[in-house]
Design a protein around this ligand. Structure first.
Ligand code: AMP
Ligand code: ZN
Length: 470
């Protein structure tokens, strides 16, 4: 089975094949650090984490780039209110963002480029768009001319008849009704100078618009054509549409081959969680209310498929916390359980479940379905252990299944992830034990590694190892 992902660009679920075999570059829209991210934002960020983890399980080397938007209308406003610079204003929220991601066990991206440190790249891109006639200057601002880019609207399936040729919008965020020329560069305002949000450019001092930030930073780190670009569904229009228009007009090449969008987290009444509606909770709010960050992680990634809406309420959070506890209890019980001879009737089922688990993830990252398979088997295996009937082979396969699941869920242990050097050392130790015919010791090392998500494979060419899945 190979990995299939739903591509918003084509509207289809397609077999995934990156440009370079074995390697994937992903760009994901990160936080605008004007405030704490709310738990809805973390649904998007944990979707990125799930994508990353499954690409790794599938054998890809991943380069993940997630931008930090630290120049934006809202940040300029907030810094002005606080009487500080944009740089001093955002640092606290940027730090909080990284702390929150760590509490939720999101794997770190390779690069977190800050917009304020890539203005030069944005200026170069804008110059190219001016030179090719895709941008123009009006009242000192630079705008993108959407009528000069015929594919505009392809991603969001926008009706081009609705485009208002020549009409302009200077705000970073706007609704679909205003499919108009948008600001690439905003000329310097007195307020921008006070908060330090101003840079030199051949077309006049000012600051970049939000959309150009992502085009410039994604291409800077991943090249002109990306494998995957992901974001929350609300970014589809205008943000991603504008990113495509900017990038493709400048390079003449396809910008991103896959576009992946995750659905909203809604409040208990079903309304999209957002700062502007005021119906949001931050991770800090939920932790202060006594919730386990890993139960929150489980809730956000395993309760609903990433393309379905999910509602946050106490009952659902509580249920997630119980599911995490069940998995942990089961894991501990398996570790302590002394296998019985003749109890291999679950062996085949455990093997099949591992295959089904993997197939569900390969099918557009269907973690909720995959986790459903795991819980079905947990029930049966608990019954088998109650009856004292679980063989060594089945037990080891069940531990393998938990390791597979934990490669995505990451809720089982409080331990630090095992590092490569330690795996190599243990493999050497196991080889030594085997040469000394101490097979019990060799098996114990193998099992110990499996419990930590590392699987060994004895091949003609020697021992190979891999993380979690098969
Ligand atoms: P922003 O800081 O507003 O640009 O949003 C950061 C990320 O969070 C983007 O990928 C958004 O699509 C995503 N996002 C915002 N609100 C929600 C929500 N209620 N549920 C899920 N994702 C969201
Ligand atoms: Zn973006």
């Amino acid at each position: 089975m190979s990995l299939r992902l739903h591509n918003t660009l084509t509207g289809r679920t397609e077999e995934f094949d990156p440009l370079q075999p074995g390697r994937v570059g992903i760009y994901t829209c990160g936080p605008t650090v004007w405030n704490y991210s709310h738990i809805g934002n973390f649904r998007a960020y944990l979707f990125y984490d799930l994508l990353r983890r499954h690409l790794e399980v599938s054998g890809y080397r991943v380069t993940h780039v997630m931008n930090i938007t630290d120049v934006d209308d809202r940040i300029v406003d907030q810094a002005a209110i606080g009487g500080t610079t944009i740089f001093d204003y955002v640092r606290h929220y940027e730090q909080a963002f990284h702390e929150d991601l760590a509490s939720l066990r999101a794997r770190r991206a390779e690069v977190y480029p800050r917009a304020s440190e890539h203005v030069r790249e944005m200026v170069v891109l804008i110059e190219r768009l001016l030179a090719s006639g895709h941008a123009y200057i009006a009242d000192g601002d630079v705008y993108y001319r959407i009528s000069a880019f015929p594919p505009y609207g392809r991603l969001s399936h926008l009706d081009r008849a609705g485009l208002k040729v020549g009409a302009r919008v200077s705000q970073d965020r706007y609704e679909k009704e205003s499919a108009t020329d948008f600001a690439l560069w905003k000329k310097e305002q007195p307020g921008d100078v006070i908060v330090g949000a101003t840079w030199d450019a051949p077309f006049g001092r000012g600051r970049p618009g939000w959309h150009i930030e992502c085009s410039a930073m994604s291409m800077r780190y991943l090249g002109e054509t990306l494998d995957v670009h992901a974001g929350g569904i609300d970014l589809l229009f205008p943000h991603h549409e504008n990113e495509i228009a900017q990038s493709e007009a400048a390079t003449g090449r396809p910008f991103s081959r896959w576009w992946l969008h995750s659905e909203f987290l809604a409040d208990a009444t079903g309304e999209k969680m957002s700062k502007s509606l005021g119906n949001f909770a931050t991770l800090r709010d939920l932790l202060a209310a006594g919730h386990d960050p890993l139960a929150i992680r489980f809730f956000l990634i395993a309760n609903a498929h990433y393309r379905s809406r999910l509602r946050l309420d106490e009952t659902a959070l509580h249920a997630s916390s119980q599911q995490v506890r069940r998995l942990r209890d089961f894991h501990e019980r398996l570790l302590e359980f002394a296998p019985q001879d003749g109890g291999e009737w679950l062996l085949q089922e455990a093997r099949d479940t591992r295959l089904h688990y993997r197939a569900a993830l390969d099918d557009d990252l269907n973690l909720p379905q995959a986790v459903g398979y795991v819980f079905d088997l947990v029930r049966e295996a608990n019954a088998a252990m109650d009856a004292g009937r679980l063989g060594a082979g089945a037990r080891s396969e069940l531990l393998g299944l938990l390791a597979d699941a934990d490669a995505h869920l990451d809720v089982l242990s409080g331990a630090e992830p095992v590092v490569d050097a330690e795996v190599e050392r243990l493999i050497a130790e196991r080889e030594a034990a085997r040469s000394a015919r101490d097979f019990a010791r060799a098996d114990a090392i193998r099992e110990g590694l499996l419990e930590r998500g590392i699987q060994l494979e004895d091949t003609a060419a020697g021992v190979r190892w891999r993380r979690a899945s098969r």
